[in-house]
Design a protein around this ligand. Structure first.
Ligand SMILES: O=P(O)(O)OC[C@H]1O[C@H](O[C@H]2O[C@H](CO)[C@@H](O)[C@H](O)[C@H]2O)[C@H](O)[C@@H](O)[C@@H]1O
Length: 254
């Protein structure tokens, strides 16, 4: 039997700021640290956020990681080069300044990308996102194509032996074998995260495995956004509330 609590749809309490004391903090990016934008490229990271996370990481003796569906190359370009990173939903990992541990890009991902481009042809608003070892099909700009995009992703996944990763107005095709939960388990077994109490903050379905892993290891998940079925124990209503919460963690007397 799993140690995880059953999924909850009730309105969750706000996390106490004391949860951050001694935490090993896992932070999702899109929808958690930055508001959702119309396109993947429409997101920027401000200096204030980098400063806030740097201060918190120092206070937590290094126990802070960004765990994102974005590739590590993209996270570094966005400004997170100085942080411990898990990218592509747990398939990639890197310590600051070190090489990325990741499986190679599979030819099947290129085949999926070609099929996504063929689908996007003549459909304004449909966007193909080429990523390091995966590929995304975004329909935020043309939601009427969402169902067809999902069917295409499922068909291609079966044909090409890839996994479908649903997201917010997005279907991604990627190799299986890892998720944000496995990333939490792997990182908790190593320095600098080892020894902390895992706290995972995220907004998306892909963050649920992270919430489950944090709970299994004696910590907790924090859902960002409105109530939904979740394994998180706490919630914060939006990105601004996440930043405020993290800032309170830094301001807390030691
Ligand atoms: O795990 P995350 O850090 O939350 O990353 C998940 C995906 O985020 C990005 O897509 C989402 O955000 C975009 C920008 O706000 C938005 O336009 C899109 O609709 C969302 O699905 C990113 O582009 C993906 O690669 C990530 O997997």
């Amino acid at each position: 039997m799993s140690d995880s609590p059953p999924p909850s749809r009730i309105v969750l309490p706000q996390p106490p700021v004391s949860l951050l004391d001694g935490a090993a903090l896992f932070l999702d990016f899109d929808g958690t640290l930055a508001p959702i934008a119309d396109t993947p490229d429409g997101v920027a990271v401000d200096e204030e956020l980098i400063g806030l996370l740097g201060e918190l990481r120092d206070r937590l003796e290094g126990r802070l990681a960004i765990v994102s569906g974005r590739s590590i190359a993209t996270l570094r370009d966005l400004g997170f080069a100085g942080f411990l990173l898990a990218g592509t939903h747990g398939l990639e990992m890197a310590q600051p300044g070190e090489r990325v541990e990741a499986p190679p890009r599979r030819p099947a991902v290129d085949d999926a990308e070609a099929a996504f481009h063929a689908f996007a042809e003549g459909k304004p608003g449909i966007l193909v996102e080429r990523k390091s070892i995966s590929v995304g099909l975004h329909f935020r700009g043309a939601p009427q194509w969402g169902a067809k995009a999902g069917e295409l992703a499922s068909d291609l996944a079966e044909k090409l032996d890839l996994s479908v990763q649903p997201g917010k107005m997005l279907f991604e095709l990627r190799p299986g074998g890892a998720d944000k939960g496995s990333a939490v388990h792997a990182l908790m077994a190593r320095e600098p995260m080892a020894g902390g109490r895992p706290v995972f903050i995220g907004d998306d379905v892909t963050d649920e495995e992270g919430f489950a892993a944090a709970a299994e290891l004696g910590g907790a998940g924090i859902l960002v956004g409105p109530p939904r079925e979740t394994l998180a124990a706490f919630s914060l209503e939006q990105v601004a509330a996440v930043r405020h919460y993290l800032a309170r963690g830094i301001a807390r007397p030691r």
